[in-house]
Design a protein around this ligand. Structure first.
Ligand code: NAD
Length: 257
């Protein structure tokens, strides 16, 4: 049976960890040829190697999505090495929890905005230049439940750049989807609930916080990366051919409350 992404070429930013890693494996299992990109080549390479070891087709690329030249080069390398780009998943993302301690609020805010928001815009921009030439393409952004609703009380001081950027990705998704609809390019986002990846490991290591986070999801648990990857696969594939501009919660009921 043909895979759900048979013949497609997919680029996954932040592919070296967490959700990106899970999507790289699933997309390759479903027949896509995958460009796994991340800040460090060795991180992207280890996921690409593991995809290849499992029988898939993947290459590794390195670059910083907050840098314009890196974005342009990573998309150009995907096209030259794999022969095109049909799917872009913008999964590279950071949280202020991992900002260097010596940074003040402004430097931290600028960093998170430049990766989560500007990076998503720039990677999409260069991918769209190519997708327009073929009149088809699918972009899947990683927004968040925290792009749809605010943090529960006591988690943010209101100046946390993470929800600010994820709200921006939600709106960017809508705006791009309308502008690109007639060119056959679909733009959607996923809004995951808290999911077990290195991004949330410091929260989960705190037993009280872990219990609180679980209780905030009506299903009483956090998500698994594969559960997010399954939804990304659907949006990336032709099964979602009439779906664009959607910000889809994958959140165990979090945003239904
Ligand atoms: N895990 C969750 O609970 C959760 C929930 C909602 C949304 N998200 C979003 O999903 C995406 C993936 O998150 P994750 O949980 O897999 O995190 P993760 O930390 O496991 O992976 C993120 C990857 O992005 C890479 N990255 C960071 N800055 C980069 C840059 N400037 N250029 C290129 N790559 C860069 C990191 O090196 C890392 O490999 C993020 O956008 C995150 O905000 C995660």
């Amino acid at each position: 049976m043909a895979g759900r992404l048979e013949g497609k070429i997919a680029h996954i930013t932040g592919g070296g960890s967490g959700l990106g890693d899970a999507m790289a494996h699933l997309f390759a299992q479903e027949g896509a040829r995958v460009a796994v990109s991340d800040l460090k080549l060795e991180v992207a390479q280890s996921v690409a190697d593991s995809v290849v070891a499992a029988g898939g087709d993947a290459i590794a690329l390195a670059g910083d999505v907050s840098k314009r030249d890196d974005c342009e080069r990573m998309i150009a390398d995907t096209i030259s090495k794999l022969g095109g780009i049909d799917v872009l998943v913008n999964s590279a993302g950071v949280t202020p929890r991992y900002a260097p301690k010596e940074w003040d609020f402004e430097k931290t805010w600028d960093w998170v905005v430049s990766v989560n928001l500007k990076g998503t815009m720039m990677m999409s921009r260069f991918a769209v230049d190519h997708m327009k030439t073929q009149n088809s393409g699918s972009i899947v952004n990683m927004a968040s439940i925290i792009g749809l609703v605010g943090y529960a009380q006591g988690i943010s001081d209101g100046f946390n750049p993470y929800p600010h950027t994820k709200g921006g990705v939600v709106q960017m998704t809508r705006d791009m989807s309308i502008a690109l609809a007639k060119q056959g390019i679909r733009v959607n986002s996923l809004c995951p609930g808290f999911t077990y990846t290195p991004l949330v490991s410091t929260l989960v290591e705190d037993a009280d916080m872990h219990e609180r986070l679980k209780s905030l999801h009506p299903m009483g648990r956090l998500g698994e990366p594969k559960e997010i990857a399954n939804a990304a696969l659907f949006l990336a594939s032709d099964e979602a051919s009439f779906i664009t501009g959607v910000n889809l919660p994958v959140d165990g009921g979090y945003t239904a409350q």
